[in-house]
Write a protein that binds this ligand. Sequence first.
Ligand code: KG4
Ligand code: ZN
Length: 337
Amino acid sequence: MTRILGIESSCDETAAAVVVNGHDVQSNVVASQVELHRKFGGVVPEIASRAHIECIHNVVRMALEEAKCEPADIDAIAYTCRPGLVGSLLIGATAAKTLGWAWKKPLIAVNHVEAHAVSGSIGVDPAPWPAVALVVSGGHTSLYLVTDFDSVKLLGSTIDDAAGEAFDKVATMLGLGYPGGPVIDRVSASGDPKAHAFPRTLLDSESLDFSFSGLKTAVRYKIHGTGQTTGGLEQLSEKDIADIAASFQQAVVDVLVKKTMRAVAQTGATTVVLGGGVAANRSLRQSLEAECSDRKLAFYAPKMAYCVDNAAMIASLGFHMHAKGQTVAFDGDVCAR
Ligand code: KG4
Ligand code: ZN
């Protein structure tokens, strides 16, 4: 039995989790900073790092308490080393190194995006590889071919906005607040996804890259008009806003599903896994599941708690890395990219 303490602090969630053997999540504590950043309409890096410092100690203590374990029961500490906000990453990494040094535990440096990519495998034994992984978060929209926990090959990614970023920006345009993903998901339920034919940018026909800036501009024009003459948010009814939100969401989902199926065709994979904050989107989960079922592909989406940033996915991937002896020295760096 191997028990890993995971620590995640790459953006605006301070998180710690205790996971046994990569699957048995004994605790998963997340302190969200959303309220601190809401009035700025996005994450303010300096505020994020300060908030991480203030709560990381308590978050780790709560994770140990909930898992009913002592430092002596922990076999190794996994922390997010990249990518993310550098000041935020430093707090989690420093906490992990300090505890590792004091408790004499080995350290595992985990890539946050790779942890999202394999988060759908938590609780799936044997592991579902090989698989095409779609990672959709606030900072990333990428397709990977995962052949093992330490073999995650990039197939394509966004050339401009990430999917979650597009959700957040469109929600701001629609006056729906921050963070945009959950609120667009909710509001879309009462809107018509066919009300507006927003562009589905697929780039050239074989490409596995994404682009959401044209879609974002189309939404802006729909709200404000293309000239000086029409529009404005104040002229839209609740139903208009719900229709725009639902049509925008449908355009994002259509592109994500189509590109994922293109990756399946190009790689010959028979399994699809989903990960990242936008993986919490109900329409995306349902559409991918339906498409996979039509094509007789296996489909794994993470539990809701493992979609947005969390440390269970860091500890879980950390377990598989630890099993392969992939530990790091105490002077390992963090990296924004
Ligand atoms: O993975 P995550 O917590 O952080 C990053 O690694 O970036 O993802 C956060 C993103 C935000 O952009 C948020 O709006 C989006 O995930 N998100 C959603 C939903 N829940 C969170 N997007 C669409 N639908 C949701 N239900
Ligand atoms: Zn993330």
